[in-house]
Design a protein around this ligand. Structure first.
Ligand code: ADP
Ligand code: TYD
Length: 207
């Protein structure tokens, strides 16, 4: 499997296991001799990490829905320019914990129907989409309880409750149908080891 210069993203609701699986895959691919960059959104570059703080801490009501989309897109643009594109160009495999699909789903679902605006900004500003997107699909009840167990200052998007997690899950599954070529849906309601074995297998199968 030649993963040189490939861009892999992980998506799914809060607590579905993205960070865990992204880390496991990064370790596995590195052990196989690949150059790997593990990164995350919002964040992943100095400027984007600063924007992450603006988005995830402080009073969330100080941003309108539109401003929030602009901030996520600005962070992504910086992350691409400074971190992701240079790594891909040097043949590194980039594994990213969340990318543009999170904006399509979160800002589309939680802030009214702003998908068109998200898409317009994405078309104008985000010149690269992932080659492969693993969607870890999890029962929203489990995702919510896992996410709430982690007490941190960045809980604002996790405070939306079960109804919202159900909508977000649906939003991600709809995206997987919309982009079937790059999306791979993985059942996250299993042990970490089982989920990671499935991800490795799917990656091998894509060649
Ligand atoms: P995300 O990045 O999607 O929010 P994490 O990978 O941080 O999710 O996982 C959230 C929590 O659930 C962590 O405490 C992690 O150890 C745990 N976890 C992750 N995957 C599994 C799994 N398959 N089964 C049980 N617990 C898990
Ligand atoms: P993250 O740190 O990945 O949270 P988690 O580990 O719980 O999945 O992301 C922080 C929050 O930001 C998360 O609740 C989802 C939200 N988010 C958006 O609303 N839009 C976006 O474009 C991105 C990348 C994240």
């Amino acid at each position: 499997m030649n993963l040189s210069g490939k861009f892999i993203s992980f998506e799914g609701i809060d607590g579905c296991g993205k960070s865990t699986q992204a880390k496991i895959l990064s370790t596995e691919l590195t052990a196989c001799g690949n150059k790997v960059l593990l990164t995350r959104e919002p964040g992943g570059s100095e400027g984007a990490e600063e924007i992450r703080n603006l988005l995830l801490t402080g009073n969330p009501d100080r941003w309108s829905a539109e401003t929030e989309i602009l901030l996520f897109t600005a962070a992504r643009r910086d992350h691409l320019e400074r971190t992701i594109l240079p790594a891909l160009q040097s043949g590194t495999t980039v594994i990213c914990d969340r990318f543009a699909d999170s904006t399509r789903v979160y800002q589309g679902v939680t802030r009214g129907d702003l998908r068109d605006l998200v898409d317009q900004l994405d078309d104008a500003m985000i010149p690269r989409q992932p080659d492969i997107t693993f969607l870890i699909d999890l029962d929203p009840n489990i995702g919510l309880s896992r996410a709430l167990e982690r007490s941190n200052t960045e809980a604002r998007f996790e405070e939306f409750g079960l109804e919202m997690q159900i909508k977000l899950r649906e939003g991600f599954l709809n995206l997987a149908n919309e982009f079937p070529k790059r999306f791979m849906v993985v059942d996250g309601n299993r042990s970490e080891a089982e989920v990671s074995q499935t991800i490795s297998k799917l990656l091998h199968e894509t060649g």
